[in-house]
Ligand binder design. Structure first.
Ligand SMILES: [Zn+2]
Ligand SMILES: [Zn+2]
Length: 133
């Protein structure tokens, strides 16, 4: 993993998401999770400029925006989200992190609070996708 993996995926060369580095704690957390999965977890979204954030349906005050730059989305091919969560519990300082478990993978941010939200199912193909706790 390098800082390039965190850059905004938009086409704009002036994009602020391409020049804003991620915060240290979120960077180290993503690195720990990637290492613990032998590189099967990869970054699908790091820092996003306003335009790109809007395009992908991010919230208006998303932690992915350059003004925060303390969030990451990870996808893990061939790993059940349940197992990714087990790895996260082992290697991340979760008591000071926010974790969202989604059908596509995992969102992490280090806004300085602890929240966990889970979109079911934890096992693909089972049940509905709406329940949050
Ligand atoms: Zn951008
Ligand atoms: Zn996210």
């Amino acid at each position: 993993m390098t800082h390039a993996d965190w850059q905004c995926r938009c086409e704009d060369i002036e994009c602020l998401g391409k020049t804003t580095p991620p915060g240290d704690l979120i960077y180290e957390s993503a690195q720990a999770l990637i290492r613990a999965t032998d590189g099967r977890a990869i970054i699908s979204s790091g820092v996003r400029c306003e335009d790109y954030n809007e395009r992908v349906g991010g919230s208006a005050n998303s932690r992915h925006l350059p003004r925060h730059a303390d969030a990451v989305d990870l996808v893990a091919e061939g790993i059940l989200r349940r197992d990714l969560w087990i790895v996260a519990m082992r290697v991340l300082p979760l008591s000071i992190m926010c974790v969202g478990i989604y059908p596509w993978g995992m969102h992490l941010d280090t806004r300085g609070e602890h929240h966990l939200w889970v979109y079911r199912p934890l096992v693909e193909g089972e049940g509905r996708h709406a329940a949050i706790f």
